[in-house]
Design a protein around this ligand. Structure first.
Ligand code: PHE
Length: 447
């Protein structure tokens, strides 16, 4: 026992791991971004294309990340150190750590803080103001008050640090086991409310009717970009989570289930949002505007609106919290693996650094602090998602596909113990198709 006391932690069960990885994947991207993209890109036609691309490219990369993590038993940086013969490849490990572990979490924590503000606000003023068409003013007044934005950000970061400090099994896995079913229950309650409002059919039609005339080259790029962000790829996360998996786990099965849960949450979110939106005679707006301005206006007109508004922002909070844990785990695993730091100390120190890094993002929302003409917040989002994430994912595929090929085959089949029927197709995708597709996102996002 004593020699094992320092053994690497592991997920307690397959279900626990799948829920934790799905918790990472299901986040703000599913709840506001996916429904919006579907609405604007020809309804069900987009869903079909999204699934096709996410299964081919997204699952290819997710499986590769799981393999690298489990084979090396290390996080983003350590995996390349251990597996790559040439130091060059380590660049990609560092990119993942920087993008996922630091940059994304720094600003993601800021938005997660808004969800808490809105949860409480549902009962204290938001509804009154939104009923009079003032939800935009409510948001602007909040954002102008940087101290309060930062206070909420610090609060959610603290919760994340506490959970991650409790460990992979006892902290992340246990909390996801409650939060993920909770999230789906809240979604179902919201859908039941939304589709039974008078006039909801128009929203269902807008959301679900396939309109192939709206498809274009841009649709493919939107679907690819959304697939990567939504499945939490190219940020060191799935390598890190994979490093806590046991050697007997069936990786393709796990990846498929994570993908199914993620896509289910995204499609259900649209069913909760659009029928209510149309029933109340509102226009579907984009992104932050839809979530934090239009929807409070919708809730304000509904019977028991404050309650449903609270539930909706609770849903967003749960979704972002489980994503934040995975982001923090990237840097915590790094500190534990590379510096032999204890988990609590690692969670506290990287959590503090990331919180401080998020303060300029929070502050920039009041309209000040611009970098290259963008708010600091948008700048962080841009470099991480449009530049670092695709480069990292391309590096992962090229390394695993061309350099580490034989080991990749062994890892995916648990050394020949399980059958992976589409293995040859998958390997070709890792080598050629996925990196080429991601290069397209990179090229389109960088201009
Ligand atoms: N996948 C999450 C979402 O859909 C976002 C995320 C991206 C989380 C990157 C972690 C890392 O919102």
């Amino acid at each position: 026992m004593s020699s094992n006391s320092k053994a690497r932690e592991q997920w307690g069960s397959q279900v626990g791991f799948i829920l934790a990885a799905a918790g990472s994947a299901i986040g703000l991207g599913n709840i506001w971004r996916f429904p919006y993209l579907v609405g604007m890109n020809g309804g069900a036609a987009f869903v079909i294309i999204y699934i096709a691309i996410a299964v081919t490219v997204g699952l290819t990369v997710m499986l590769t990340e799981f393999c690298l993590g489990r084979a090396s038993q290390k996080g983003s940086v350590g995996a390349f150190k251990r597996l790559a013969p040439n130091k060059f490849w380590r660049v990609f490990g560092w990119l993942g750590l920087l993008a996922g572990g630091f940059i994304i979490l720094s600003y993601y924590g800021v938005i997660a803080g808004w969800t808490v503000k809105y949860m409480f606000g549902s009962f204290t003023g938001l509804m009154g103001q939104a009923a009079g068409g003032g939800s935009g003013d409510y948001l602007n007044a909040f954002l102008a008050d940087s101290k309060s934005v930062i206070a909420y950000q610090v609060g959610v970061m603290a919760v994340t640090v506490i959970i991650v400090a409790c460990g992979v099994g006892k902290g992340i896995e246990q909390s996801c086991k409650y939060m993920m079913p909770g999230l789906f229950i809240v979604l179902l309650i919201l859908i039941a409310r939304s589709v039974t409002l008078p006039g909801a059919e128009a929203g269902l039609e807008f959301y679900l009717k396939p309109d192939f005339s709206k498809l274009s080259g841009k649709t493919l790029i939107d679907a690819l970009g959304q697939g990567f962000f939504s499945l939490s790829l190219g940020m060191g996360i799935m390598i890190t989570y994979g490093s806590y998996l046991s050697k007997s786990e069936n990786l393709p099965k796990c990846a498929l289930l994570v993908f199914i849960l993620d896509t289910l949450a995204a499609t259900l979110a649209g069913l909760a949002i659009f029928p209510a939106l149309f029933a109340m005679g509102m226009e579907p707006a984009q992104g932050v505007g839809l979530t934090f301005v239009t929807l409070p206006g919708v809730f304000a007109q509904m019977p028991a609106g404050a309650f449903f508004s609270f539930l909706f922002f609770l849903l967003l909070f749960l979704a972002s919290l489980t994503s934040m844990m995975s982001l923090l785990e990237v840097s915590v695993t790094f500190l534990m693996d590379e510096f032999k730091m204890g988990r609590v100390k690692a969670a506290l120190s990287s959590g503090s650094v990331i919180t401080i890094l998020g303060i300029p993002s929070a502050y920039s929302l009041s309209g000040n602090l611009k970098v290259f003409g963008m708010s600091f917040f948008d700048f962080m989002d841009y470099i991480s998602n449009n530049i670092m994430m695709p480069i990292n994912a391309i590096g992962i595929c090229l390394f695993a596909g061309w350099i580490w090929t034989e080991k990749l085959r062994e890892e995916i089949t648990n050394n020949g113990l399980i059958r992976f029927a589409v293995q040859p197709v998958w390997i070709t995708s890792v080598k050629i198709f996925a990196p080429a597709a991601i290069a397209v996102i990179l090229a389109s996002g960088a201009n």
